[in-house]
Design a protein around this ligand. Structure first.
Ligand code: GLY
Length: 392
């Protein structure tokens, strides 16, 4: 059966080698890689088993927060996060032009607060870590926190202001990327997925799909998010070490905004959207692809957001959902050549998929164009896990 892009693909692309690249997975990462590659003049096909953004991209809060997300021993990830955060304003502007859509990037800043003495001690240590890494992070007294965000609970015991953090609505980004990709000449096949790898002389040359399409390509990019580790159509040794990490998330809405910036505690984060919605996230659960919305998960999110900003009690709950973060062994993504000729990985972005989209897209587009990796992307080479395996 010929490949079809929502209808049909030109016949000459259905000959087993017609595309320069086939990207598997149309989340924010796959779409961004496909768009940037198509803008470089490559012939790109995007294969999505459901619809664009159907996985974690529809659920993600869209925090662009390298400072708040920093943790001990994750310098590789931090470097990538910082580089990608710096690229976001230009990425958003280019995406806006290319799609003709408003993409909703907002440099709103973030306030991380402690609500008791134990939390304050822990937050102080995180602040010291941020300063030691040269990050922009200011310690605020309780009264200073409440001056920035008057809705904060009176129990606030101190906080960190990360003025450079930002947010973007992932659903808006998905739709802008899909449009920009289409305008750049990309082809998309939805409702179908790889069933079998097409291999010639040990090199991956494309896929045969569940629906019987044969899609040939010079390179296949695996960008299937949390499902990347389960890509059974690839030989076992070529499947990346990616696992699903469940997150439950809520969307609230009220007449008045309860905060101007991202507000977070040790237990919860709240991301206010420009249209009045407030995204409350998220649980972190190692439960495979179990997708129940639990009373305990929702209770925890509501209790902790109420402790932080009591006005949330007045808001309407408009959405509750579950997403699966693509977790990797070191919490940093796998971006670059996979363990098989013709395979490139763009996966394992764990908590930072939206933040890391610009960096990942540029790195993958450069790789597809035959350029060597540069900058922080060099640290994301998937070979780091193969080397570890070889030593084990
Ligand atoms: N980036 C926040 C989360 O994964 O919950």
């Amino acid at each position: 059966m010929p490949a079809q892009g929502g209808g049909s693909l030109p016949d000459d692309r259905d000959n087993g080698s017609g595309y320069d690249a086939l990207v598997v997975g149309a989340g924010v990462i796959g779409l961004a890689c496909a768009w940037r590659a198509a803008e470089r003049g490559l012939r790109v096909c995007l294969l999505e088993r459901e619809r664009p953004g159907a996985g974690a991209s529809s659920v993600a809060a869209g925090m662009l927060a390298p400072v708040g997300e920093v943790s001990w021993g994750e310098e590789r990830l931090l470097r990538a996060n910082l580089e990608s955060a710096a690229a976001w304003p230009a990425f958003a502007a280019r995406l806006g032009e290319a799609s003709g859509r408003e993409v909703g990037y907002r440099a709103c800043g973030a306030l991380h607060v402690a609500l008791d003495r134990d939390e304050a001690e822990e937050l102080r240590r995180r602040h010291e870590l941020q300063l030691s890494l040269g990050l922009e992070s200011e310690w605020l007294r309780p009264s200073e926190c409440r001056r920035l965000e008057p809705g904060l609970a009176t129990s606030v015991a101190g906080g960190i202001h990360a003025a450079t953090e930002a947010e973007a609505d992932p659903r808006v980004i998905v739709s802008a990327l899909a449009e920009a990709f289409r305008r750049a000449g990309g082809e998309m096949v939805t409702g179908d997925a790889p069933a079998e790898a097409l291999v010639e002389g040990g090199r991956l040359r494309g896929v045969r799909t569940r629906e019987g399409r044969e899609i040939g390509a010079g390179t296949v990019v695996l960008a299937a998010g949390a499902w990347s580790g389960e890509a059974e159509w690839l030989p076992a040794q070529a499947r990346p070490p990616v696992r699903p990490v469940k997150g439950q998330i809520l969307v609230l809405r009220g007449a008045e905004p309860v905060a101007d910036r991202i507000v977070a505690s040790r237990w919860v984060y709240l991301v206010p959207r420009a249209d009045g919605r407030l995204v409350v996230g998220a649980t972190v659960e190692e439960r495979g692809f179990e997708r129940t919305i639990t009373a305990g998960g929702v209770h925890e999110l509501l209790r902790e957001s109420y402790r932080l900003l009591p006005d949330v009690a007045e808001l309407e709950i408009t959405d509750m959902s579950v997403g699966f973060r693509p977790g990797s062994p070191d919490n940093a993504p796998l971006v670059g050549a996979g363990a098989m000729d013709g395979l490139v990985l763009a996966t394992g972005h764990y908590r930072n998929g939206i933040l890391l989209a610009p960096l990942t897209a540029e790195a993958v587009a450069a790789t597809l164009a035959g350029e060597p990796p540069s900058g922080a992307a060099t640290g994301l080479d998937p070979a780091r896990f193969r080397r570890q395996e070889a030593l084990a």
